[in-house]
Ligand binder design. Structure first.
Ligand SMILES: [Zn+2]
Ligand SMILES: [Zn+2]
Length: 165
């Protein structure tokens, strides 16, 4: 997990979790994303993690210093450098042996906080009315407005029709 520009993989994971269906299999999602180490989530940890995702969603709507500091204060952040799974040295924000929900909370809070300090306008939510998907804007000019080309095409077609009509 790397902290590359714009919050890196940690911010991307926050967006992926927010965009997931409410009943998505969280362990599978984390595994597919490449999050390591994958352990287990009992029912209580899973519901805590889903509640956390709801709060990440609020950050994408209104990212503020206060909201992000509140999230950070609720994580058990203990930064250290890890080399697990033969990965190059990289920062961890929670101990590898901690429950996975705690690790994911610390990781996603650190990712969004890093992104917010670097480039807050890159914490994005799709501008198509009716679409709630979020994204991390890693575009060169930082002016991305939509979650996908599908949404951007739909909005542009509608605008074109309005002008033509
Ligand atoms: Zn790691
Ligand atoms: Zn969209």
């Amino acid at each position: 997990m790397h902290f590359n520009p714009y919050g890196g993989a940690a911010a991307e994971l926050a967006a992926l979790l927010v965009n997931a269906e409410p009943d998505a299999d969280l362990i599978r999602l984390l595994d597919d994303f490449g999050y390591r180490p994958i352990t287990t989530l009992d029912a209580e940890q899973e519901s805590r993690l889903r509640e956390w995702v709801r709060r990440l969603d609020e950050i994408f709507t209104a990212p503020t210093v206060e909201a992000l500091n509140t999230l950070l204060s609720e994580t058990t952040s203990r930064p250290y450098i890890s080399t697990h799974d033969n990965r190059p040295p990289h920062l961890h924000f929670a101990w590898e042996g901690d429950p996975m929900d705690e690790r994911v909370r610390a990781y996603t809070a650190a990712g969004l906080a890093t992104l917010f300090c670097e480039a807050p306008t890159r914490i994005g939510r799709c501008a198509r009315p009716g679409c709630r998907l979020v994204f991390i804007d890693t575009s060169r000019n930082g002016r991305r407005r939509f979650c996908s080309t599908r949404c951007s095409t739909r909005v542009h077609v509608a605008e074109h029709r309005r002008r033509a009509g």
